[in-house]
Design a protein around this ligand. Sequence first.
Ligand SMILES: [Zn+2]
Ligand SMILES: [Zn+2]
Length: 350
Amino acid sequence: MRSIQLSYGRSTVQLNDNPASRRLARVDLTVTFLGTGASAPSARRSTAAVLVQRGGVKILFDCGEGTQRQMQRSLGLTQVDEIYLTHFHADHVLGLPGLLKTYDLTDREASLTIYGPPGLEELFAVFRPLIGRLGYGLDLVELRAEDYGGHEGFEVEAFAVEHRSSRALGYALVEDGRPGRFDPAAAKAAGVPEGPAFAALQRGEEVEGSAGTVAPEQVMGPDRPGRTIVLTGDTAPSPATVAAAADAELLIHDAAFMEEDLTRAKETGHSTMRQAAGVAEEAHVKLLALVHISSRYHVGACLDEAREVFEPVVAPRDFDQIAIPLPERGEPELIPNGAREARKEEESEG
Ligand SMILES: [Zn+2]
Ligand SMILES: [Zn+2]
């Protein structure tokens, strides 16, 4: 496994595991679906683009044609910190030149890093004449399966998927684990005085109790896992996805076809609703989101097909959001049209 060192915006790389940074994991985690359609945009669905916001960090996964307009129609032009591309089919990358150019026109200064499978440099050899000179830094990083980028409080890990393009990647956003719950009664019983010593224990330090040294593990519950979001991009069902998505809060999976078109799914390296549900079931995810759905299907029928295999499933439309609370605070929740409602609220407040 290769670690990519990176820094961007106001966040810098942090691969060390110190308790103070782990506590930062108590932040909002929201997924906004900017494009949920299949290979070509339709009136209702734009092509692939998913924005993940974790606290103040904004990461875009894929950038189909018209992604910047999808932003304008909902959250407003969003200055993302990083972009991850799953592969280079047109419906996943055509929005890049326009978005990068618009960032330049709006005087973006913060540099932008774009990640993708090998071939990213070649893609930009084609895009560069369209983009021209940019007033901000643009870094390209080619990733291979199992590469991961460390961030403050989480990592983005690449995994191999099975699409026609042999170099296609899926991504897992994995939060750092969080310290377990502090048990004040246990600390008192060990003769630790309330106050600074309590705080020291929660920071992971040993303190003096009435009967000798008290270690944090005596008074802290087991570590609590962070949240995980997995995006497959385009793919046939694959064991690598099951592994990456094990116990994830949210799996956003290719669902390009219904089971009646299974042969076509196989030929094109996509999944059926039923297959996506099978992956979700095997991985024990909390919620499955079906994307890349062809406009010729009825969404209700798609959901019915998936639900025969796996119950917690949604088929987000463009501008829907999924909020992902900490595991102990609830289940991931679909917020229909959330990205546009959030904007409206902001406007009425402002
Ligand atoms: Zn696609
Ligand atoms: Zn594709």
